[in-house]
Design a protein. Sequence first.
Length: 107
Amino acid sequence: MENSRFCERLSELLKQKGYSQREFAELIGVTEVSMSRYLKGERMPKGPIVANMAKALHTTSDYLLGQENDEQDPELVYYQTQRAIARNASKWSAKQKADLVNAIFEV
């Protein structure tokens, strides 16, 4: 786990999503002091906190931890999309499924 990469990615995603350090700390259930330490690289969050961060930032824990490439990597986007479909398809209506299939084949 590369601490500097984690700090960089976390900081960049907070900026992109428009979160202040305080807002994000409250959102994921940690203190502002802990969040400050995470961002400075003084402390590494435990797994459940990393998972909460990733969920709130609409990314993956692997990406935050530096184990995945850039989020715009088409291969990564494909696999993330595939996982999301597999997890949620049973909850969708027939129309939603048809709309998805139509979107895939519209080129």
